[in-house]
Ligand binder design. Structure first.
Ligand SMILES: O=C(O)CCC(=O)C(=O)O
Ligand SMILES: [Fe+2]
Length: 329
């Protein structure tokens, strides 16, 4: 199902989001899972050798094995799997993952055909991108604010996640899960039509919860819809659509990718991190398909980041929200 239908495009324009069934081929997702099984195996080996887990749990499938490791270590090992880096305190050996199967998912024709039908034919991969492997809420460790780490995502707009420079960037959010995500597993929740009123105030450390969140009085929370999806379906979001996610109250993991694309030439709002050309007529031949090259870009970024934004100092800003805004009282 490559190009979006007129109805889907209309829905996206009017409501600020659309769920498109069966976009990503299952073999593309299978390859990602196989690749991540290898990543988890390496993590398990490291933890076992350090005596942090009692077994390698190698007979378990990915989700069950991951849950065992979270329980035994009290850590969700978020950075180990992510295709991005933290904004602060990056070390020369901070882990990340940028494998070929992941890059193949980012660039698969079926997905990019759909993206093209929303943002046009010159497609850039914006480096605001994450994998989220969310364990059941019941086993989640908490942070210094008492909030579950990798729990429900707070209300926000993706434009609010990037710096002001990118306010006019037509950044499109693409969200899909590696397996079905039902209501209990903590799917996305969106507020239809909320994209029409532009960027809202995000309150830093709202109600003492850390992070930054849009107060519910700033949008029509009663209109919220939850978006459980099947494997291969894709949720597209406008950058001003207010959204978050539900808690994973199931006993399984919830495993998703959230990626962003924008027209080539617009600033990403995170220029310190590497984006790349996905599809282009003007830059034909420059489309990135080789994960070795992609990994080199991230290694070079890690090296640079390990020398800045250390110990609470901000050499390069990744966010914009400060505490004390009048909307946040
Ligand atoms: O998956 C989640 O919990 C949040 C994802 C999100 O905010 C996004 O895709 O922009
Ligand atoms: Fe988001």
């Amino acid at each position: 199902m490559p190009q979006l239908t007129q109805d889907q495009l209309d829905h996206c324009r009017e409501e600020g989001y659309v769920v498109v069934p069966s976009v990503i081929p299952h073999n593309v997702l299978d390859n990602v899972i196989t690749e991540y099984e290898g990543v988890l195996d390496t993590l398990a080996r490291e933890l076992y050798e350090r005596g942090e887990i009692s077994s390698m749990f190698e007979d378990l499938e990915f989700g069950k094995r991951f849950i065992k490791i979270v329980i035994e270590t009290g850590d969700v090992h978020k950075q180990y799997f992510d295709f991005s880096l933290p904004f602060q305190n990056v070390r020369p050996d901070t882990p990340f993952w940028s494998g070929q199967a992941v890059l193949d998912a980012f660039t698969c024709d079926e997905l990019i055909d759909a993206v093209e039908s929303i943002i046009g034919p010159e497609v850039y991969s914006n480096p605001v991108q994450h994998v989220r492997i969310k364990p059941p809420e019941s086993i989640l460790p908490t942070n210094q604010f008492g909030q579950p780490i990798l729990g429900a995502t707070q209300w926000h707009q993706d434009n609010g996640v990037v710096i002001e420079e990118a306010d006019d960037t037509d950044m499109l959010t693409v969200w899909f899960s590696l397996d079905d995500t039902n209501l209990e597993q903590g799917p996305l929740k969106v507020v239809p039509g909320s994209h029409r009123r532009g960027l809202r105030t995000h309150c830093a450390n709202y109600l003492g919860k850390g992070g930054s969140e849009i107060p519910e009085k700033l949008f029509d929370v009663d209109k919220t819809v939850s978006l459980p999806v099947k494997r291969g379906d894709v949720v597209f979001l406008h950058r001003h659509t207010v959204h978050g996610s539900l808690a994973n109250v199931s006993d399984r993991i919830r495993w998703s990718f959230d990626l962003r694309y924008n027209p080539i030439g617009q600033t990403t709002g995170r220029e310190t991190f590497p984006g790349f050309v996905v599809r282009s007529k003007k830059l034909a031949g420059h489309e990135l398909r080789d994960a070795k090259r992609w990994t080199e870009m991230w290694l070079e970024t890690r090296e640079r980041m390990s020398k800045i934004n250390q110990g609470g100092q901000t050499d390069i800003a990744f966010g914009r929200w400060k505490e004390g805004h009048v909307d946040c009282a």
